[in-house]
Design a protein around this ligand. Structure first.
Ligand code: IFM
Length: 747
């Protein structure tokens, strides 16, 4: 695989987009792709570092900018926009996780200078960032390099003009060969130790400047004409809550400098090579799809949290969109990829939910319910972080009221769904017995208290928002009721399993105080859960939906801008929907529907969906491929694979669309390859896009690593060693896969 992505346009607008798509990260640190030589509002993202924010409860902190670099040649600051820019080239290499930059300038005083850099956010050393760069000029002169730790950073608020400062320097210090900033969040919850050092083997004068902006080391070097000068900037950002933070940070800086760039780089390449051995997807016959898909995976993997303090956020370590909050995007869209390919990492993200179970219980109690109600938006402490209102104007007089935090309750069932999915894939008894079970029981408990009994309808769920967020305060959302029912049935099934298994499983039943009586009630509620009826086979999205004004759209378009003003203004009073909703339920709980029902619902809703949410097309793409709507499935897949490379939604600057990235992989797995994990094993029913000659990738199944190759003519599955036989159903043929075996099933 050789996947390089080149970018050659320079403007403040493109820089903001490149900022996201050229982000480098290692799950702990995120460094956006804006060029190091220019000022920007974007500092550094450190996963899990949040601070109190007006309106948004807690938001991810824009931490000090560490990648910036000031350069002056013969007194002229080398900014891109103030001189003649002869060359601007950036290259993201996803194979080895590097960002390279080439710049050539003709300065106002007539010097021709070139600059070349290579950036890494180290894969194996989570605190380490390195920038290696070269400088050359066609004249001799004085080169001044400024290596800053810029603490003068803030988060843009509800308007970009309003900035919220989240951290300050407690300490600025320096030594012969380092600069250091000890940084605290305003609420005092987190401390960062940041150290940096700029190294050259040439004779240089060094001084250090401290100011309100932070601390910077300044190197001055007499350079000769046409000679290349090389420098390495090492950065260590440590966030361990530890009294020896400064010592530890400086110690680590010393170690990485000692190791030197080449060794660090070799380690980093090794990290990515190991990652790609597992994650890579090869597509024969469609290089564009292969590139887009692996690009999406690269950004997903970079956002993978390193510990269970935080989970994957909606826009990753790439930006401040959605304030670094965790949504259902994580469990429903992104996690299936990690569960299948990196199950240990998926477990950590589920542990984030477990760690916040007490907060979810408090949340339920606060709202008058029992059990655990997970927040619609979650930050570092697990409490509801959705802003109830967001101002529109500077003075905060005009506000938008946001009800999702109060009403988008399906997230609780979505989390339970994914806990079960994780167990189905992994058979991780330890996780399930100690943690997963408790999540499933407490969430089932929530639904049992959330439903109301209606004499005519049975159990109903009133006043919610389903995935389609155009319609608020609705009763009996098809998606919500069905997922709640599923959650209750999981509670029933796992209770029985726990009693059978005994040991830790039974201990959890006792600890969580689940009783037979309670479980019988869960079953009764699930059996009598009301689902909006079908009209001509189409499920009504919620009570009263069919009575709304009808309006249809072109399924190939995206967003609301294409709608007439009068429709846009009253969108909630029409049958237009924002994203896959009934179809999302069908993609999650496919087994509960026959193909004819799925088709009727798809045909109905596809022309009423604006896809204004980036979560929409992946679900439709998967279902379209099941239905044999190959062209549409492929069109959506490609749009999703290039969502940020093409800035399809116009908001890429806010961060990477990680749910979509996860959805792209799911389209491959569940859609095009038609893979479903069942109680018994794996079923495979491919629907490959017509131009694909073959697709090959791997995934982990109950402790075994499987490699699968699908062509229009056959499915090949190869297993590594293990103990048990895996049962497969491939295009209706039942086969057994033994350890170290390869089977070929013709289609
Ligand atoms: O979770 C999504 C939601 O489904 C639609 N609005 C954006 C959220 C974050 O991506």
């Amino acid at each position: 695989m050789k996947f390089n992505f080149q970018f050659k346009e320079y403007s403040p607008k493109t820089e903001e987009v490149y900022g996201t798509i050229l982000t480098l990260g290692n799950g702990h640190i995120g460094i956006r792709g804006e060029i190091e030589l220019e000022p920007t509002v974007y500092g550094t993202t450190v996963a899990g570092i949040y601070d109190y924010a007006p309106y948004f409860y807690r938001e991810i902190v824009n931490a000090p900018r560490v990648i910036g670099l000031g350069m002056m040649f013969n007194g002229e600051p080398l900014n891109l926009s103030t001189h003649k820019l002869l060359k601007y080239e950036r290259e993201l290499d996803i194979e080895d996780g590097t960002l390279k930059t080439w710049i050539e300038l003709e300065t106002n005083k007539g010097a021709r200078v070139s600059y070349e850099s290579l950036r890494i956010v180290h894969g194996k050393r989570k605190n380490v960032v390195v920038l290696k760069f070269k400088f050359k000029a066609d004249k001799k002169g004085l080169l001044t390099l400024i290596n800053p730790i810029d603490v003068d950073v803030a988060n843009p608020s509800y308007r970009p003009e309003i900035l919220v400062k989240h951290c300050y320097a407690e300490e600025l210090d320096f030594g012969e060969d380092f600069i250091y900033a000890g940084v605290k969040t305003i609420d005092g919850k987190y401390t960062l130790g940041i150290a940096s050092s700029l190294i050259t083997d040439k004779e240089a004068n060094r001084s250090v400047v401290k100011s309100v902006k932070g601390i910077a080391e300044v190197l001055s070097i007499e350079v000769e004409a046409d000679r290349v000068y090389e420098f390495v900037k090492y950065i260590v950002i440590s966030s361990e809550r530890d009294s020896a933070l400064k010592d530890e940070t400086l110690k680590e800086l010393g170690e990485v400098k000692e190791l030197g760039f080449e060794k660090l780089f070799a380690e980093h390449r090794e990290y990515w090579s190991e990652i790609w051995k597992k994650a890579k997807v090869e597509i024969e016959g469609d290089e564009e799809a292969e590139k887009g898909l692996n690009f999406s995976l690269f950004h997903l993997i970079q956002s993978l949290p390193r510990d269970n303090n935080i989970s994957l956020t909606a826009r990753g370590i790439h930006g401040f969109g959605y304030r670094g909050h965790v949504f259902w995007d994580t469990e429903i869209y992104a996690l299936p990829f990690f569960i299948a390919v990196f199950p240990e990492d998926a477990k950590r993200m589920l542990m984030y939910r477990y760690r916040n179970l007490e907060a979810a219980k408090e949340n339920a109690k606060l709202n008058g319910y029992k059990g655990a109600q997970f927040p619609w938006e979650s930050a570092d402490d697990g409490y509801e972080a959705t802003p109830p209102l967001v101002p529109l104007d500077m003075a905060g007089r005009e506000v938008v009221r946001i009800y999702t935090g109060e009403e988008e309750h399906h997230i609780t069932a979505d989390i339970a769904y994914t806990v079960d999915l994780y167990y189905k894939f992994t058979n991780d008894e330890d996780f399930m017995a100690k943690y997963g079970l408790e999540i499933i029981f407490e969430t089932a408990r929530f639904w049992a208290s959330r439903v109301e009994f209606d004499e005519k309808k049975g159990y109903v769920i009133k006043k919610v928002i389903g995935p389609d967020e155009y319609h608020e305060h609705v009763d009996n959302s098809f998606f919500t009721n069905l997922m709640a029912k599923h959650n209750l049935l999981l509670g029933v099934a796992y209770y029985k399993k726990a009693l059978n298994k005994g040991g830790y499983w039974k201990k959890t039943v006792d600890r969580v105080k689940v009783t037979e009586e309670e479980v019988l009630k869960w079953r009764e509620i699930a059996e009598k859960m009301y689902l909006p009826p079908q009209v001509d086979g189409v499920f009504e999205e919620f009570d009263g939906y069919f009575a709304l004004q009808d309006y249809t759209v072109d399924p190939h378009g995206i967003g609301e801008a294409r709608l007439p003003e009068e429709i846009r203004k009253k969108i909630g009073k029409t049958r237009l929907i924002k994203q896959a909703d009934v179809i999302a339920a069908q993609y999650l709980l496919k087994d509960q529907f026959d193909i004819d029902t799925i088709k009727r619902n798809f045909d109905y809703y596809i022309v009423r969906t604006t896809h204004a949410s980036s979560l929409s097309m992946p679900a439709y793409s998967i279902v379209a491929s099941w239905l044999g709507y190959g062209d549409l499935a492929y069109e959506y897949f490609m749009k999703c694979a290039y969502i940020d490379l093409k800035n399809l939604y116009g908001n890429t600057h806010d961060g990477f669309h990680l749910a979509t990235a996860g959805g792209v992989w799911q389209t491959l797995f569940r859609g095009f390859c038609g893979i479903d994990i069942t109680e018994d094993g794996i079923s495979i029913n491919p629907h490959l896009p017509s131009k694909w000659k073959a697709v090959k990738f791997g995934f982990s199944f109950r402790g075994r690593w499987l490699e699968i190759r699908v062509t229009p003519k056959e499915v090949i599955v190869k297993s590594d060693e293990g103990k048990e036989v895996i049962k497969l159903s491939i295009a209706g043929k039942e086969v057994s896969l033994r350890p170290n075996e390869k089977i070929v099933v013709p289609l």
